[in-house]
Design a protein around this ligand. Structure first.
Ligand code: AMP
Length: 415
């Protein structure tokens, strides 16, 4: 199988490692890729959000499967353009990707499907915003309606901050605050059959102890030792299958990766959000533990044959990833700094570039992450931090508490 992977961040580096490790994948091309991905794939230039360009590249490289990593190409219709060429693609249509691209659409689908989630209002003016904030009270949850790379959400006790964010975004979704630890569940689906991967937890705030602004994600770990025993089965029954059925009913079958972001509240799991692609950095830890060949799994989802796919196999133990971010991230990351100590197994490249002379430099807010596995969470965590310790990048910062509460059994479900 010849595979074209679209994207160039940490998630795509993790996907590239998984695909390259699948004996059925005879050729892997990544576009645009990054210096980490270059070690396992041939890189090609492309604008990932240009449907015609990606489709043409898929034809040129004779791809049997195109895997689309990020959300922006999906929302732009890249999967549709590739499918129109008769090439199998892992990633939903633009219509179905609205599950991520529009918070209002997602809430609509959830309501129609009876999926447990926070009550919410879509608001377009200050009066509607004020009414919604009054009704739900603090902490206030205000979400930009469009794609915001995980950073369009403000959760705050400060009414003025909530109102300002709403005014800046224009159209927002304001919703009830959900209390409880968060879980990211990835589900591979062909639109009908659905296979859950291991639940993971990510860390959205920039600072230790969940302080500071939201980011794209500062670290992750899997598996989760603290979740209720039936969590995955319950979420498949109450969330995933009803959502997929509702999308089929609307004629917008969702094939690809359904990312279910959950809060484990005292009344059970509630959906915080859907995404239409693998999460970053949870992908790094989930795929580090997946033993089943990745190419075959994604190909089955892309060709409507997932129902016949054998059950997934997982490695024993745990995985942890720690993101190293650039000075100034998330507000205004500085780029162009020299990175050393990053060319080793376990370092996943996210925002890096390489000069002609081989010098590695930062090229994004989240620069790289140290990903390690171990016989248990404590060992995986130590190994991930060891990787990060050896990386030198001026002004870089990372959280020091990734997976710490889980290692110490300090995560509890309120109630
Ligand atoms: P989202 O982009 O919708 O995932 O939101 C980003 C982050 O904001 C989530 O991971 C949560 O930490 C937080 N968040 C979003 N919605 C809620 C909610 N209704 N209650 C509590 N926290 C939320």
């Amino acid at each position: 199988m010849r595979v074209l992977l679209v994207g160039g961040g940490g998630r795509e580096h993790a996907l590239a490692l998984g695909l390259a490790g699948d004996p059925a994948v005879e050729a892997l091309v990544a576009a645009p890729g990054n210096p980490g991905i270059a070690a396992v794939a041939q890189l090609r230039e492309v604008t990932p959000t240009d449907p015609a360009a990606v489709a043409a590249l898929a034809v040129e490289v004779a791809a049997d499967l195109v895997v689309i990593g990020p959300e922006a190409p999906l929302v732009a219709g890249v999967a549709d353009a590739v499918r129109a060429k008769g090439i199998a693609v892992f990633g939903p249509s633009a219509e179905a990707a609205r599950l991520e691209g529009s918070k209002t659409f997602a809430k609509d689908v959830m309501t129609a499907a009876g999926v447990p989630t926070a009550r919410a209002y879509t608001c377009e003016d200050a009066a509607a915003v004020a009414r919604a904030l009054d009704e739900f009270g603090a902490p206030y949850v205000v979400k930009d309606d469009g794609l915001a790379a995980g950073k369009g959400v403000v959760v705050t006790d400060d009414r003025a901050v909530a109102e300002r964010h709403a005014a800046e975004c224009g159209r927002v979704v304001i919703e009830e605050y959900l209390s409880g630890p968060e879980v990211s569940l990835f589900v591979v689906t062909d639109g009908e059959a659905a296979v859950p991967l291991l639940p993971a937890q990510d860390f959205k705030r920039v600072g230790d102890g969940d302080t500071g602004p939201n980011t794209g994600g500062m670290g992750a770990y899997a598996p989760l030792p603290w979740t209720p025993p039936n969590l995955v089965d319950d979420v498949m029954r109450d969330v995933v299958y009803p959502t997929l059925a509702e999308l089929r009913r609307r004629g917008t079958t969702f094939a690809g990766l359904l990312y279910v972001g959950l809060a484990i509240t005292p009344s059970g799991p509630r959906v915080i959000e859907f995404n239409a692609r693998f999460g970053d950095p949870e992908t790094q830890v989930v795929l580090a533990l997946l033993e089943t060949p990745l190419g075959g799994l994604l190909h089955a989802a892309a060709t409507g044959t997932l129902g016949g796919h054998p059950p997934l196999r997982w490695r024993d133990g745990a995985a942890v990833t720690v993101v190293v971010a650039a000075d100034g991230y998330p507000a205004g990351p500085r780029t162009g700094d020299v990175i050393t100590g990053a060319d080793r197994a376990g370092i996943i490249h996210a925002g890096t570039r390489r000069d002609a002379d081989g010098t590695l430099r930062s090229a994004g807010g989240r620069v790289l992450c140290g990903t390690a596995t171990g016989p248990d969470l404590a060992a995986a965590r130590d190994a991930a931090y060891e990787l990060v310790r050896d990386v030198e990048l001026a002004g870089a910062h990372h959280r020091t508490d990734i997976a710490a509460a889980a290692v110490d059994s300090r995560i509890t479900i309120p109630g």
